[in-house]
Design a protein around this ligand. Sequence first.
Ligand SMILES: Cc1cc2nc3c(=O)[nH]c(=O)nc-3n(C[C@H](O)[C@H](O)[C@H](O)COP(=O)(O)OP(=O)(O)OC[C@H]3O[C@@H](n4cnc5c(N)ncnc54)[C@H](O)[C@@H]3O)c2cc1C
Length: 285
Amino acid sequence: MYPREFDYVAPASLEEAFVALGDDAKVLAGGMSLIPLMKLRLLSPGLIVDIGRIPGLDSIEEADGHITIGALVRHADTASNPLVTANAAALAVAASMTGDVQVRNRGTTCGSAAHADIAADQPAALIACGATMVARSASGSREIAAAGFFVDTLTSALTPAEVLTAIKLPKAGPGEASAYDKLGRRGGHSDYAVAGAAAWVKKSNGMVEAARVALTGVGTKPMLLEGVGSALVGADGSDAAVAAASAHALDAVTVLEDLYGSEEYKGHLAKVFVARAMKKALAAV
Ligand SMILES: Cc1cc2nc3c(=O)[nH]c(=O)nc-3n(C[C@H](O)[C@H](O)[C@H](O)COP(=O)(O)OP(=O)(O)OC[C@H]3O[C@@H](n4cnc5c(N)ncnc54)[C@H](O)[C@@H]3O)c2cc1C
């Protein structure tokens, strides 16, 4: 199917993009989600603002104790970049499990976050890794914690006037590690998550000092599981402690039944993948 008619601009700078953006406009980055939605006519913006030609948005850099991922960094680069693999392994793995080779070479990590699909991989990893989202518009810049960025199904905290210009990740300190795992819709990894979980842990003196665990594919949005993280803190990180913490996986989650599983099955998978992500993160410390 063809999309409805739309206007198209390819600004040369963010400032030009801010002028073009508004209620009837959509940012185009890799196009891996926007174009299919437009072809299905589930979305019909009057104006496409293609940020693909704006220089300076395609790098991963280290500055001020953070790793910064620019708006045009592709999934493949996030997956293989040494700064990301060393400091936010969960995100690198989630990016490596996003779609197929073509999708990973075209789609962007910031685009995946802005799209806010309920079953997307990287949002869960961003939440677990404690990422900060940098949103800019004509009226300035603001930072939003990843845990509060995913508002609802296909709804992020961005306004129509804003571009997600970068994602900031904290550098991993001693005793910290993260992991991501999922069951993809076709049984493997290269598809949206039927259920997926990301975990970040900090251990010292053999005990879990801090933990953040996030779930995707199961509820109405990728979300932080506060009950799981709190249950793991203060424990020794043993399999028994992981099992006890993962029992909280559905504490604040409305499980959505879909074509890929019943409520009961997806609830079960949530606990399985939450436990797996925590075990992998603890093993990586
Ligand atoms: C065959 C296929 C398989 C896929 N498999 C997976 C999978 O396994 N896991 C998974 O998580 N995803 C999967 N996806 C989804 C896809 O990879 C991501 O949603 C996509 O890459 C989003 O990034 P993009 O750069 O392509 O964004 P676009 O498609 O260009 O944009 C998506 C949305 O985000 C907005 N947007 C994009 N960038 C910005 C920005 N910087 N600032 C503000 N708004 C912005 C757009 O306006 C639009 O609303 C798959 C897609 C396809 C086509």
